[in-house]
Design a protein around this ligand. Structure first.
Ligand SMILES: [Zn+2]
Length: 134
């Protein structure tokens, strides 16, 4: 795979957080961008609160925005960045569950070392995922 095939998702997330970054108030510090199976790119910010433990991750908001237009959503790739200047972050465990639920073969951007990154299948980030028996 071309390592840079999905770099536009990183750039989309960076543009968004640079335009909305706010360390005060509701702490808007994370942005995510995903490429959906309908060919569209969706991006969103985290929804922070004064109580950080109940804030909602940018990845989950982004998935919700994509679902609004696409009930058969599949995630081809997703990237997430934090702060301004922005740097790539890995999705938290909860977001890995969400991503894998919508696409068990989604590619997820993760940092590698101090300055590099790669897109890896979500199944590598969440092996033996929880599944509901039917
Ligand atoms: Zn998360």
């Amino acid at each position: 795979m071309d390592k840079h095939k999905y770099d536009f998702l990183i750039e989309e997330a960076k543009k968004l957080i640079q335009s909305r970054y706010c360390k005060e108030g509701h702490h808007t510090v994370v942005a995510a961008a995903l490429l959906a199976n309908n060919g569209k790119v969706y991006s969103a910010l985290n929804v922070g609160t004064y109580q950080p433990s109940i804030s909602t991750c940018a990845e989950i908001i982004t998935i919700g925005m994509a679902l609004k237009e696409n009930r058969d959503l599949k995630i081809e790739a997703i990237a997430c960045v934090r702060d301004d200047p922005a740097y790539i972050i890995s999705p938290c465990g909860k977001c890995r569950e969400y991503i894998a639920d919508y696409s068990d073969d989604a590619l997820v951007c993760v940092p590698v070392g101090a300055a590099d990154y790669e897109f890896v299948p979500v199944s590598e980030l969440l092996p033996n995922k929880y599944v509901k028996k039917v």
